[in-house]
Design a protein around this ligand. Structure first.
Ligand code: ASP
Ligand code: MG
Length: 412
């Protein structure tokens, strides 16, 4: 008998019928003799609808303001709270016992970074008591509470973070992530028609892919799974077929050169010109940006002849609002010039096999060159190569690199 944590995303609980189908999956595991915890997201597009509503209310007399972040979280947590209660009711209706908890009720404590809070601790006692009493425990995903008792949310897609954090503290045998797709694909199948489902992938590869826009799993959730070595199984709630297992790396994984390709759209490059070239400046710039919880990547510094440097970095469009006041402040304090280029995309290939197979970069650049796609920046890690390109070239570039590494033949 094991402990299984399941998570059902928004599309998997979008209607009463789907909630019942999810409840059946939880009950099926319980009937096999397992203890079951179920983490749920808000129904369907609820979170998006709530965000829209907030935007409408925050537009007044023709002026729009950004909603106060604390109030935004106060609003968004309501979505998941609807689902937990309905899920518990569905399980009762099917003749089994269940109890639902909000984040606060299981002591899921976070810091106070509203809209992207980090989990600090979970009180597993309450969950264990209810499991021991024979109940299926339902937990609201995506939400937590500060030590002061304010509601927080964990970032879009944050129910995955809840899934893995709960799985880790309870030492679960597996975290099952039920969604509306069959698993993780070699590329987004909506763009690349011959993309294939990946059967097994390492945490590190998945981390790179989710950081690069493979949207099924939030990066933070995968980090957590890796840290606590919890196997994650991403699978389709519409059937019982196996999905993708995300697990610790095994030797055999290096045989595959590239496991997947990803495309991140909506990238903006910010360039600061005339930055004083002396120790401590980069630390100041990126320290201030990090303090605003903005994630940057692809940092490039060019030193000029006049003892100044140009520093460029890329951010996602979603972070531009948080970034703007920081850039304005840096412009004043360091007397630098700031410019911005939108309409960029990043195409990447990922695979632990790159460590042992040479020539991967050349194969990727060659595929893009042949199609006349201009590469603007290149960044690499031990298991990843990324190219910044024009946004309009994005989908084509993704297909090209997918073809170049014959990812459609993986596992065949
Ligand atoms: N409901 C939240 C969202 O849509 C959290 C989640 O679905 O994981 O982002
Ligand atoms: Mg959702």
């Amino acid at each position: 008998m094991g402990l299984i944590v399941q998570k059902f995303g928004g599309t998997s609980v979008a209607t009463p019928e789907k909630i019942h189908a999810a409840a059946r999956k939880a009950i099926a595991q319980k009937e096999k003799g397992n203890q079951v915890v179920v983490v749920v997201s808000a129904m369907g597009d609820t979170t998006d609808d709530l965000i829209d509503m907030a935007k409408r209310v925050c537009t007044y007399n023709g002026q729009s303001i950004a909603p106060p972040k604390r109030e935004m979280d106060q609003l968004l947590v309501t979505g998941e709270q609807v689902t937990i209660a309905l899920m518990a009711m569905a399980i009762h209706a099917q003749g089994h016992e269940a109890i639902s908890f909000t984040g606060g009720q299981i002591g899921l404590v976070t810091d106070d970074a509203f809209s992207k809070a980090r989990i600090q601790s979970i009180n597993k006692q309450r969950i264990f008591e209810q499991l021991a009493a024979g109940k299926i425990v339902i937990v609201a995903g995506f939400q937590g509470m500060t030590p002061q008792g304010d509601y927080t949310t964990l970032g879009r897609g944050g129910s995955n973070a809840t899934l893995v954090a709960v799985g880790a503290v309870l030492n679960a045998e597996v975290c099952e992530n039920y969604t509306d797709v069959d698993g993780i694909f070699t590329a987004d199948p909506r763009i690349v028609k011959n993309a294939r489902k990946i059967d097994r992938i390492s945490y590190d590869e998945m981390l790179e892919l989710s950081g690069l826009g493979a949207s099924v799993l939030q990066t933070r959730a995968v980090e957590f799974a890796k840290k606590y070595n919890v196997p994650l199984h991403v699978r389709n709630s519409a059937h019982d077929g196996e999905g993708t297992w995300i697990v610790a790396e095994t030797k055999g994984m290096e045989h595959i050169v590239v496991s997947g390709a990803a495309l991140k759209k909506d990238i903006t490059r910010v360039t600061l010109r005339g930055v004083p070239d002396r120790p401590g400046i980069a630390a100041k710039i990126f320290g201030e940006i990090a303090a605003a919880n903005v994630v940057v990547d692809d940092i490039i510094q060019n030193v000029m002849d006049d003892n100044t440097a140009n520093i460029s970095f890329t951010v996602e469009h979603g972070d531009l609002n948080d970034l703007k006041p920081i850039v304005d402040k840096l412009v004043k304090e360091l007397s630098v010039k700031a410019t911005q280029t939108g309409d960029l995309a990043k195409v990447s290939v990922v695979g632990v096999g790159m460590r042992v197979h040479p020539g991967v970069a050349q194969r990727m650049f060659g595929a893009l060159a042949k199609a006349g796609i201009n590469i603007q920046n290149i960044t690499t890690s031990e298991i990843k190569i990324s190219c910044i390109i024009n946004k309009e070239d994005g989908p084509k570039a993704l297909q090209l690199v997918h073809d170049a590494f014959e990812l459609d033949k993986l596992g065949a």
